[in-house]
Every structure is written in C-alpha cells, then in structure tokens.
Design a protein around this ligand. Sequence first.
Ligand SMILES: Nc1ncnc2[nH]cnc12
Ligand SMILES: [Zn+2]
Length: 349
Amino acid sequence: MTDLSPRPESIARFLRGMPKAELHIHIEGSLEPELIFRLAQRNGVTLPYADVESLRAAYAFTNLQSFLDIYYAGASVLLTEDDFHDMAWAYFERAKADNIVHAELFFDPQTHTDRGVPFATVIDGLRRAVDRAGRELDIHAELILCFLRHLSEDAALATLEQARPHLNKFIGVGLDSSEVGHPPEKFARVFAEARAIGLRVVAHAGEEGPPAYIWSALDVLGAERIDHGVQATKDPLLIERLVRERIPLTVCPLSNVKLCVFGDLAQHNLAELMDLGLVVTINSDDPAYFGGYINQNFLDTFAALNLRLWHAKQLARNSFEAAFATQERKAAYNARLDAFAAEFDNSAA
Ligand SMILES: Nc1ncnc2[nH]cnc12
Ligand SMILES: [Zn+2]
C-alpha cells in the first residue's frame, strides 16, 4: 500500500471518504439552532434568544460548565417522540454524508425526565430513528444511556429503574455532565447494577478532571472505554495501563478547543497519544455547538498536527476496534476500509 506522504488535499479526500465509526456523540449536542427554533415553534416553547443568530452568538464557551448551561437550555424544546426522532434523524443524515457506518449515540434521559417528559418518549423517539438509519442509510447505530454526574447517585439509580422495561433498546451506560467535583466513585453502585444487567460501560473521564478520575472510571465503574481521557498524559503509569489493556479513548478535538482544554488544535495531544500506542478515536462530542461534525474534526486536526495517511487508517481501524459490535461486524467494517484504501491507492497511481 502506498503511503508516500500524499498531498494534504489527497489526505483530506481520504478522510472524507473513509468508512468510520463515531463513538462519542451526545445526540442532544447535535441539535442545530435552526432545529431548536423549529421545535420551539412547534411546541410553543419560548426561548430566551430572539433568533438563530443570537443563539449561535452565545456559543462562546470558557469551560465545560459554560457550555453545559446552554446545552441543557437548548434541550428544553424536546417534548414529543417525534422531536427525539427528528433530532436523531438530522444527525444520521449528517453522519451518512461523513461516511459513518457505525454510530453509538449518548442520550441524557434525566435532562428530559426532570422536565416531565416520560422516559419512553425519549427512548422510543431515538430508537425509531436508529432503526430507520439501519434500514434507509445502512448505518448501524446503538444507544448509550448517560447518567448526569452533577446529580445524585440515587437519581441515577432511579433512572436505571425507569430504563429496565427498555433494556432491548440500548446497549450500555455512560457518565457525563460536570466532571470536576463529581468523581466516578460517586456512581459505584449504579454502575455495578448496570454491569450486573449485562450493559456495556463507558465514562467521561480526564476531560477537565485529573488522571485519578480515569483510574476510578476503570477500577470502580468498570469502564471499557474512556470518553476524552486527554489528561492521561499527565500520568505515565496510567498511559502504560491504557496501552497494555487497549482501553480506547474517544477523543473530541474541536470540543477540547471550544471548551478551552487546549489553547488551539496545534497544541492538542492527539498525535502524542497515538505515538504512545493508545487506541485513539476521533469524534464530534456536541457537533452543533463545537463547530463541526466528525469529518470536520478529522480535517482540522490533521491540518493542525500535520498528520499522515497512516494516522487516518489507524484512526478508522481504532474506531472499529473500540466499537461495541460483534467480531463479524467489525471484520466487515475493516473490509470496507481496506476496499476504500485500495481504490484510493489505484486512483492516486
Ligand atoms: N463534553 C462533554 N462533557 C461532559 N458532558 C457532556 N455532555 C455533553 N457534552 C459533554
Ligand atoms: Zn462528551
């Protein structure tokens, strides 16, 4: 296979076209301002912003919390099953354009049930879009229920109880929202229960919080993947473990810059993490808020860090390795990647 430093335009063409999995996308974070206003009108919800432009102008964040305040306000327009379906369907259409073949969507039920929206309304609307994406777009998707870590563990346990009649509709649990001051160990019991049910486990850790939160996400919660995890480079022993156990990191470069985790993309540690041998993936986190969907994350990161074709192939392969999918499905994804790379080599020859 040729990897003789193709020109940046060629690498960009490869990045856009390569089949890939997205493993870190908060579906509520895909809610574009235009759709927020459309749903507000449909549901008779009054927003504290005059129009799409003034809402977008408010997207200037200084840290995770400054983003979360606006993100939860945006989600207040979601009331009906159709609203949840339409939000997820809009994401899947974008995902198809970016050549995503597999997507695992986070959703935050407590953001909605705390406003009086029934759990079933949320998950049935999302699930309808997931099933439709499989039929109409050839995208295999799954749902992961995230607990809000700024709320209590009892609230998370109550949410897991509400989810019990719907266990056939989602594959795992995660932990998101305000990280610092809410360590993973706060949720030890609810994750133990989720594991006992047979659910897969992920957790946000080391986005803004210390490496200690990554250790406890692994040791206390049993996390199989770490969402973000970029603070791991502060702890060489932790890096050693992540490499040895092939624990994937779902990294979100544009998010990290928008939330001021890194000053700019050129300072991002994604290349360093790959060089250290970690199973790194690139994802969009909350694309409507952070300036781009998955391909924009790939394109901007590759340009800023001067990454090569082998990085692109490795990142796509990592996304399939890290996915919660059968070995057969992963092999099929890798075969599609190989076919794409071979065709790319032929067209470049
Ligand atoms: N980047 C992020 N970190 C933590 N919680 C989130 N919820 C949505 N986006 C998030
Ligand atoms: Zn996230």
